[in-house]
Design a protein around this ligand. Structure first.
Ligand SMILES: [Zn+2]
Length: 140
């Protein structure tokens, strides 16, 4: 999977952010933590979920209306928690193995993962403040 380009929230520099990396991506210019939101699928999910950051997996599909509503919320939260959260988006139509593994029959389905282990599951589109407090609880 190709690197993704993100704009640094602190200095606006454009940075390439890898799908997976042993460390945590920082801005090449100002060295602040970067928001880490990537797309992964059957072939690279485990690497993408393997990070020191809290991982929020978004199991979604393009035809799913509530998924489309949740997407900008996750983008915003990935910026708010740029030092501690990684958002991994998985298109379940293109990733049958992951969809089956996590039993993603009802989407959107969000998975909280720590060190590659599932710690919580959230089914259905949640409002921004609910997701924010769930992230804060996981990070506490
Ligand atoms: Zn920067």
């Amino acid at each position: 999977m190709a690197n993704q380009v993100v704009q640094c929230p602190s200095c606006d520099a454009k940075n390439r952010v890898p799908t997976s990396a042993p460390g945590s991506p920082r801005c090449a210019k100002c060295h602040k933590d970067l928001p880490w939101l990537v797309e992964a699928g059957d072939s690279d999910f485990e690497q993408a979920a393997s990070t020191k950051r809290l991982v929020l997996v978004d199991l979604w599909a393009p035809w799913c209306g509530p998924c489309v509503m949740v997407a900008p919320i996750l983008e915003k939260l990935s910026q708010e928690f740029s030092g501690s959260l990684k958002v991994v988006k998985v298109n379940v139509d293109e990733s049958p193995r992951i969809a089956q593994k996590y039993n993603a029959r009802s989407i959107p389905m969000l998975l909280f993962m720590r060190d590659g282990e599932l710690v919580d599951t959230v089914i259905g589109a949640q409002p921004e403040h609910v997701l924010r407090s769930q992230i804060e609880a996981q990070l506490a």
